[in-house]
Design a protein around this ligand. Structure first.
Ligand code: MN
Length: 765
């Protein structure tokens, strides 16, 4: 057992008072489980060699292990293994895969002690000092964490992130904790799997990505997919395995010329092939609606070179690029230069796509050893290089990640945000798809994709944001809500009279803008709410209508408000006016039901059919299968005319469509007079299932999305939530599958929604 690894000093010397008293007689003292635990700990100590500077460091890790091992004694995981194997595995991830130090390893070993045993944070502090204790505290969930209360979950997340702003290591250990839980998720009951896998894809994968932990992010995504959509996951996995030999064959043809060329130029390097992750393949298949076979960029070639100390890394990246493109022609629009402008999470590399043998495009990633380590280990490596002063040279001042942390601190300090809002806000902060834009004096700013002029204004300064009225984007006057794009140069225009509006919240994507706008509105809003309330109450009094709940049920949606406060403050701020109030109040429930439109055709052939012995009435209600003409796309209410086509269907045109005019002229005998009718209801009942992460307001959002669609009416909506997941069925009337698809896409894009599918459909009258 322990004698196999003397360097690790793994002889189990249990301090008196901790474990010694309970040890079984020597002969049986190491049963199978204990042996396994001991082996795992030995291995951990070995892996800690690079971070332990003295025997003292080893000792502290040992103490933490003994303490945790004793505290979790007798407790098993779902898998049946001793509980301590979990903290051990987390500690191992912390040191091997993330690259953290001794204190983090200790905190990882101790991370579940306070939560799951009678020991307190004070006990930890007493034994291991304040730093480790505060890390363990940050890793301890709040009481009642497993309750079904969504806000509890959010509170826990907030707690973790508050610690994060002081000590990023807590967050990294939390990621390690989640990673091990995901790796062992198979042992959990099904509904827990779903909850944990969903949380992972919603928060932890973006968090890992934001911190530059690409490998872990990818594993999060893959594992999450494996439990959320097992069939699809397995299919892709199988196909990847089946096509492996082909890929290897191709790489054997593709690589040698590159290897030769780089060697000729005395470059020290490693070359490897990477297959895309199952998740990214799955995502691409969904997004582009293509099959596995249609994805052409299944793999990439990676070149990691050891830079020569005399030439800047950046130049060497481009040198390697130029050598490769001497061999294979590059695709001009597929160069990604994260060497000059690193990604916000610190990622640096040069990516290009080249034409390989057999006419196949291949992505090539070029990185220095340093860049590679940052890509693999993210944050930890980033700090390491920063401390050592080995930065890649003139990378443009402060690192983006530092700025992000500063921003995060700012957001975290914003007062009185509730936990759910905080979590959503944080999610915004995790956005990683980026564009690079410039200030008038050429300073570059990295913004999330989809950012608007307004986001940019707040990015410069909250005072600029609060006074913004528009911008000059590339010298052209541009409105506040316009989206900005990579390469834009933006000068914000301000006015002393301008101030934030509620609507602004709909036209921003950054957490920073959101926080500042909300802060302003809160200050301003309190006055507005009062003013609005007075106004509304006066109006209602005039009409003699009491302020009952049903009044608000009509008024709020009519004025696009989700709460009384929102309604009052919009009213008080003059954003909405009470035009049409009488009409809204008179509305009764029935009038909310949408009319179903259908087309009625007069049968032009009935006069011809009299010879067959039937008379008028049988043909009167004739209905044709019809299609809307693509040239003019008529909608209900338009004046229309039909043309009988060869297959018997009727093609419906607007009356003023020039094709209709032409057809009438040429084939007058095929005209079918048509008019819209709202009396006859022709629609389909479709049932869709929705599943996602529960959050406040989800029900309202779903209802809003669906009822916002013309011609869609909800028959039933059942939602129930458990363990932070909601599941529901929505029955609705749609006119066509096209309608249904639109609705499903919209529902799918709602915040928190994970899965939407159709279950059954039947035709109703
Ligand atoms: Mn844990």
């Amino acid at each position: 057992m322990s004698d196999s690894s003397p360097s690790s000093g793994a002889v189990l010397t249990v301090p008196a008072g901790l474990a010694g008293a309970e040890r079984k007689p020597a002969a049986e003292s190491y049963d199978k489980d204990e042996l396994m635990v001991q082996q795992q700990f030995d291995e951990l100590l070995e892996r800690c060699a690079p971070i332990c500077k003295s025997e003292e460091d080893y000792d502290r890790i040992r103490q933490a292990f003994y303490f945790a091992n004793e505290a979790h004694k007798g407790v098993k995981r779902h898998s049946g293994e001793p509980y301590i194997t979990h903290p051990l595995a987390v500690a191992r991830i912390v040191v091997v895969e993330i690259g953290l130090g001794v204190k983090s390893v200790m905190a990882a070993l101790l991370h579940d002690v306070v939560e799951d045993t009678d020991y307190t944070v004070e006990d930890i502090e007493h034994r291991f000092g304040a730093k480790v204790a505060s890390m363990v505290d940050g890793l301890t969930k709040l009481e009642g964490a497993f309750s079904q209360d969504i806000s509890k979950q959010a509170e826990n997340f907030k707690k973790m992130l508050l610690t994060l702003s002081d000590d990023i290591r807590v967050c990294l250990i939390k990621i390690a904790d989640r990673l091990h839980n995901m790796r062992t998720l198979g042992a959990m009951p099904k509904h827990k799997q779903m909850k944990i896998a969903s949380e992972t894809i919603y928060l932890f994968a973006p968090l890992a990505h934001r911190l530059g932990l690409y490998t872990i992010k990818t594993e999060f995504e893959d594992l999450s997919l494996k439990y959320r959509f097992p069939d699809e996951y397995n299919q892709i996995k199988q196909k990847l395995a089946d096509t492996e030999p082909q890929r290897l064959q191709f790489i054997e043809k593709f690589n040698p010329p590159i290897i030769e060329k780089l060697k000729e130029n005395n470059i020290e390097f490693e070359i490897s092939g990477r297959v895309k992750s199952v998740y990214s393949i799955w995502k691409k298949m969904k997004r582009k609606q293509v099959s596995f076979e249609e994805i052409y960029d299944l793999f990439a070639i990676r070149i990691v070179f050891k830079p020569s100390p005399l030439i800047p890394e950046k130049s060497q990246c481009w040198h390697v690029y130029s050598l490769i493109t001497d061999i294979y022609k590059p695709k001009p629009d597929r160069i990604r230069d994260w060497v000059n402008i690193p990604k916000a999470n610190g990622y640096e590399a040069l990516h290009c796509t080249v034409m390989g043998p057999e006419g196949i495009w291949v992505e090539v990633q070029i990185r220095s050893v340093r860049m590679d380590e940052i890509a693999e280990r993210g944050f930890a490596a980033h700090w390491k290089y920063k401390m050592e002063g080995k930065g890649g040279g003139e990378v443009g001042g402060d690192n983006e990640l530092d700025q992000w942390l500063a921003q995060l601190r700012e957001a975290l300090n914003s007062p009185s945000e509730d936990a759910v809002e905080f979590m959503d806000n944080f999610k915004l902060n995790l956005q990683v798809s980026e564009i690079v834009v410039f200030t008038p004096n050429g300073e570059s700013k990295t913004m999330p994709k989809g950012a608007t002029v307004l986001d940019f204004a707040y990015e410069i300064h909250s005072k600029i944001g609060n006074r913004a009225i528009g911008a000059k984007v590339n010298y052209k006057i541009t409105p506040l809500y316009a989206e900005i794009h990579t390469g834009d140069q933006i000068e914000i225009l301000t006015s002393q009279n301008a101030h934030p509006q509620v609507e602004w919240l709909d036209h921003i994507t950054t957490a920073k803008a959101r926080t500042h706008i909300k802060q302003f509105l809160k200050r301003d809003g309190e006055n507005n709410i009062l003013r609005g309330q007075e106004l509304f109450e006066a109006e209602m009094k005039k009409r003699g209508v009491p302020l009952q709940a049903r009044v608000f049920r009509k008024v709020l949606p009519a004025y696009h408000s989700s709460s009384k406060d929102e309604f009052y403050s919009k009213l008080g701020a003059g954003i909405i006016r009470l035009d049409g109030l009488d009409k809204i109040l008179k509305q009764n429930a029935a009038s909310k039901i949408m009319k179903y439109w259908t087309l009625q055709f007069a049968n032009p052939f009935r006069f011809l059919s009299s010879s067959s012995g039937t008379d008028g009435h049988s043909a009167e209600a004739d209905e044709y299968e019809y299609v809307m003409a693509e040239c003019c796309n008529p909608i209900p209410g338009d004046e229309v005319v039909g043309f009988k086509m060869d297959d018997g269907k009727v093609e419906v045109h607007k009356k003023n469509c020039h094709n209709a005019v032409k057809l009438s002229a040429q084939h007058g005998d095929r005209i079918v007079p048509a008019k819209w009718s709202s009396e006859k209801v022709m629609s389909y009942l479709a049932v869709i299932e929705v599943r996602g992460i529960d959050r406040v307001g989800i029900l309202y959002d779903l209802a809003k999305i669906i009822s916002g669609e013309l011609n869609i009416n909800i028959r039933e909506l059942h939602i129930h939530s458990h363990d932070g997941i909601f599941e529901g069925t929505i029955s609705l009337y749609v006119r066509s599958s096209e309608d249904l698809k639109v609705i499903m896409d919209k529902v799918r894009s709602a915040k928190g929604v994970e899965k939407v599918n159709r279950t059954e459909a039947s035709m109703v009258d």
